[in-house]
Design a protein around this ligand. Sequence first.
Ligand code: NI
Length: 129
Amino acid sequence: MKIHHIGYLVKRIEKAAQAFAALGYVQEGGMTCDEGRKAHILFLQKDGYRIELISPFAPDSVVAGLLKTYKNAPYHICYEAADFARDLEALEQGGYVRMDEPAVAPAIGGRKVTFLMHPAMGMVELLEP
Ligand code: NI
């Protein structure tokens, strides 16, 4: 698995994007409105690192509760699978617990992702190749 991005929760995505831009981050594509997750998503790049800004636009968004807990903060690392089914099984055998069913991510070209939680290291996202 390779690191694809670091997911970063933000309350106000436009202001966050401006603040990241001031540090030299460059936008990758435009803003995506993810209707399923009820969140706006914007990818940024700097020095070979890719950051995913994610901001809920409705109180019942899947990330609204996380934003209350974490405030503006990174909260997951996304790994791009070499083989989605095999890597998912290996993670589950390694103590990761799946939080959802694999679902399409409109902000990543419609590729499927799933989130898992590990008791010692928190949340990861697995992205299909
Ligand atoms: Ni992500």
